[in-house]
Design a protein around this ligand. Structure first.
Ligand code: A2P
Length: 281
């Protein structure tokens, strides 16, 4: 069964499922993305910070697929929040990826304690990059509800997505705030980084019931809630397993039973965006 597409509020469409390449080493990214494309993936989520855009670009080019058939996202690194640097850095990403335009460009982290707290100027820079045609759509990542309110109030432009840490043990409170703005939610670490969720008895019981694996149940939970997911794996058999989630659905009660696994802040595995301030050298 085909991967569904969702319509973003700027009327472009995005495949609801793809491959994420966070923590895929640069030396592996071409192989991993090539295997994913062979298996039917048509959406790749990378970032300047991951250092593997060149491998992603090489895989897309080698695939022979038409440009319009692969959705490509990259993200602004933390060192390039000043508007002029944002533009330069996107041009460099396009060179690395071998593309004239990405489908989606995100501010990777809001960094509210850096740059005088002015992530709005960075957002305004992304608006210009979209107008210049270097990216088709623009969005944000790791934005807290207050950060979303700030940029929308200042510019009137709503990001098409907010990409946030989201998995059954961490039902990120930024999710409802994102949806209220009319943006879609993208889940990063959708499998909780292969941690406790995959052996949780509620999830393994649902996996047995549906004849699926725990990872497939977790991915289905995201999809059934209407969010966008791109699990990472460097293993072909897991890439195949993860895309094999379009022949079943969870009932409303089953979704609710997974919602109840939320541990609040204790379930967060990554940094808190309110305090995260890391800038690469
Ligand atoms: P690997 O790359 O060795 O396959 P997330 O996307 O939540 O960050 O999770 C990625 C982690 O989950 C990686 O450690 C990845 O390991 C592992 N993983 C990916 N797919 C599966 C799967 N189907 N079953 C178990 N673990 C998986």
């Amino acid at each position: 069964m085909a991967v569904p597409s969702l319509t973003l509020h700027d009327q472009t469409t995005i495949p609801q499922f793809g491959i994420g390449v966070w923590q895929v080493p640069p030396t592996d990214s071409e192989r991993v993305v090539s295997e994913a494309l062979e298996l039917g993936y048509r959406h790749v989520d990378t970032a300047q910070m991951y250092g593997n855009e060149a491998g992603v670009g090489a895989a897309i080019s080698a695939s022979g697929l038409a440009r319009d058939d692969v959705y490509v996202t990259t993200k602004l690194n933390n060192s390039f929040h000043e508007p002029a640097k944002a533009r330069e850095s996107l041009k460099r990403s396009l060179d690395e990826l071998g593309l004239d335009q990405v489908d989606l460009f995100l501010i990777h982290w809001p960094l509210p304690t850096r740059y005088g707290g002015d992530f709005t100027a960075t957002w305004a820079a992304l608006i210009e990059l979209r107008e210049a045609g270097l990216t088709r759509s623009i969005g944000v990542s790791n934005f807290q509800p207050a950060h979303l309110d700030t940029i929308v109030q200042a510019t009137g432009v709503v990001p098409v997505v907010n990409q946030i840490e989201l998995h059954p043990y961490f039902d990120n409170p930024a999710r409802p705030a994102t949806l209220e703005h009319g943006a879609l939610v993208q889940a990063w670490s959708p499998l909780g980084q292969g941690g406790g969720e995959l052996t949780d008895p509620v999830i393994t019981a649902l996996a047995d019931k549906h004849g699926k694996t725990p990872a497939q149940v977790v991915l289905r939970w995201h999809l059934d809630r209407g969010d966008i997911v791109f699990p990472k794996s460097t293993h072909r058999e897991r890439l195949a397993e993860n895309i094999d989630v379009f022949d079943f659905t969870l009932s409303d009660d089953e979704v609710t039973s997974l919602n109840a696994l939320d541990k609040g802040e204790a379930g967060r595995t990554g940094p808190n965006p309110d305090t995260f301030d890391w800038i690469p050298n």
